[in-house]
Design a protein around this ligand. Structure first.
Ligand SMILES: [Zn+2]
Ligand SMILES: [Zn+2]
Length: 279
């Protein structure tokens, strides 16, 4: 099983691979730039070459890039909507320049709008982005926790977006366990995990499941609050993660932890926990 963390790109992409390797990762996730600003620094050719060389040397595969947080592909505001599409394309291009396999994106939010309106809005944005730049990397739509205004908190909604796309060759999904739990998908038991696997299978299809965000959840089932927590120490708990990690539908899917990093001990502890729960 490919396991890794979201790691910082501070100091360069090659340093990010180094960090991932030191944590024992066989896959990793990064931002392609500062995730909370619109400014984009040009990519440094030498750094990218070193990034590619190191990931091959350390066998870190696949690499996920996560989109900038300011991007909102469902925004009701025309200016932000257009900018989000442009910035999404920038993230996609940077993902490809890095040689990364996947670009993970949230679907977006639009308070006060019906899910159907948002589904159309997001699909239009993705169609436009893919028209501006035909993707070589695969775009992964991530399920959300369903916080106020969010779309994409059910697999039906995610599938509705995919079914509106003009081309789905380079489209898949990333299943975030914390977001799903907060949205009401109970994975505390083997039976619950079976049900989620069946749900993904009957909506988007398990073939589109290319990555997972392995996060425990600090808040209750169905809370619609997105607070990631350490593996086995949150409301999903050890039994839930044992079921997830050993389920045939999820076993071979690369998994990225986006767990809190309050001390240097947190990532190693989470990695150890996951390895312990795998049979
Ligand atoms: Zn996530
Ligand atoms: Zn989250």
């Amino acid at each position: 099983m490919r396991l890794g963390f979201h790691v910082s790109i501070s100091g360069g992409f090659s340093l990010a691979v180094q960090r991932a390797h030191e944590l024992g990762c066989s896959t990793m996730q990064i931002f392609s730039r500062n995730p909370r600003g619109w400014t984009v620094k040009p990519l440094d050719r030498a750094d990218i070459d070193e990034f590619k060389r190191l990931r091959e040397q350390y066998d870190i595969d696949p690499v996920f890039v996560h989109t900038n947080y300011l991007i909102n592909l469902a925004s009701t505001k025309p200016e932000l909507y257009e900018r989000s599409i442009e910035q999404f394309v920038i993230d996609l291009e940077r993902t490809e320049h890095l040689g990364a396999e996947y670009l993970v994106t949230h679907l977006g939010s639009a308070s006060g709008q019906e899910p159907l309106w948002m589904i159309d809005r997001v699909a239009d944005a993705l169609n436009m982005a893919m028209k501006l730049h035909a993707p070589r990397a695969t775009i992964l739509l991530e399920n959300t926790a369903g916080e106020k205004g969010d779309v994409g908190y059910t697999f039906e909604q995610v599938n509705d977006v995919i079914s509106r796309l003009n081309n789905t060759d380079k489209v898949g999904i990333c299943y975030d366990t914390c977001h799903g739990f907060a949205a009401g998908y109970d994975i505390r038991t083997k039976a619950g995990v079976d049900a989620v696997a069946e749900k993904i299978g009957s909506t988007v299809g398990l073939g589109r499941l290319k990555g997972m965000h392995l996060n425990d959840c600090l808040r209750e089932l169905g809370s619609h609050v997105d607070r990631h927590w350490h593996i086995g120490e949150g409301k999903i708990g050890e039994a839930g993660f044992t079921a997830i990690l050993n389920h045939p539908a999820f076993k071979d899917v690369p998994k990225i932890m986006e767990t809190p990093k309050e001390t240097d001990e947190d990532d190693p502890r989470n990695m150890k926990k996951v390895r312990l729960l795998m049979k």
